[in-house]
Write a protein that binds this ligand. Structure first.
Ligand code: URA
Length: 270
């Protein structure tokens, strides 16, 4: 993958670049560390073997000053500098989404030390036994756009239950069901896959919502995995408990700050 970026690139000898007005400068190793979650020590080692491409020029000196708006390609990836951190995790069962240390390990304990220091929080919560897509960030505005009730962002879950799912559940969920809150649930889409498994898409994020909805049709959820939130989809290449930073397409979405991420069928595939 790297060779694509390395062919015919001139070796850059200087340790600074000509800067446009109002450049925001940062050392290259710090820049790469903040974009990738690697330690600066590891970045320095990696740069010796795999120089970065800064505005198309090969650079291996970690002290090189780069403008944060410059295009930087490292290990074949176009990096995106952001004051905020955006992480996509495949949550493992047994971990809780709270920031407070308690009896159970938190999802934050799965993160590398450099990332842990960033005052992160989860975008909504998953139950301890739920697996699948979890977004983690320190960008409050992004989180708000994804989970605020008024935004109606679709979330799709794959679920299995203990007894056959009645077909009437499809219609019931389309209309909305009483799960004991002030209001019935908003219209949801149930796609029955087998007798005891289904995908359920909801646009709210009430406490234990999927489990409580399935209880209304006398089914107890035995496994629950989140597959998507709005345009973000679970990266199946991540094992449970693994995470990665947002890729180019996902960052484009964050940057656009588009209000319209409800559009059905618009999903970023990993
Ligand atoms: N609904 C649930 O019941 N649990 C989750 O973790 C998420 C949605």
């Amino acid at each position: 993958m790297l060779s694509r970026y390395m062919d015919n690139q001139p070796e850059h000898k200087n340790t600074s670049f000509t800067l446009p007005d109002k450049a925001q400068l940062m050392r290259l190793d710090k820049y790469i560390a903040s974009c990738t979650g690697m330690t600066r020590k590891d970045v320095k080692k990696a740069l010796k073997k795999s120089p970065a491409f800064v505005a198309g020029e090969k650079v291996s000196a970690p002290e090189t000053q780069v403008d944060i708006k410059t295009k930087v390609v490292f290990m074949g990836e176009h990096l995106h500098y952001s004051e905020f951190t955006y992480i996509l995790m495949n949550k493992a069962a047994g971990y809780v989404c709270t920031n407070r240390a308690g009896r159970n390990p938190t999802v934050f304990s799965l993160l590398g030390d450099d990332v842990k220091a960033k005052e992160l929080f989860t975008v909504g919560r998953l139950d301890k036994d739920t697996t699948g897509l979890l977004l983690i960030t320190n960008d409050g505005d992004f989180s708000h756009r994804m989970i605020h009730a008024k935004k109606h962002v679709d979330k799709t879950y794959y679920l299995t239950v203990d007894t056959p799912i009645p077909v009437e559940a499809v219609e019931k969920f389309k209309i909305g069901v009483d799960i004991g809150d002030d209001e019935p649930t908003k219209p949801a889409t149930l796609e029955i896959l087998t007798e005891t498994s289904a995908n359920l898409t909801i646009c709210e994020g009430r406490f234990h919502q999927v489990k409580r909805m399935m209880e209304t049709v006398d089914c107890t959820v035995t496994t629950l995995k989140r597959l998507s939130i709005g345009p973000f989809t679970l990266d199946e290449s991540l094992a449970e408990g693994e995470y990665r930073f947002f890729n180019d397409r996902e960052m484009e979405f964050v940057k656009k700050r588009s209000p319209d991420f409800r559009t059905p069928n618009v999903h970023f595939l990993p």
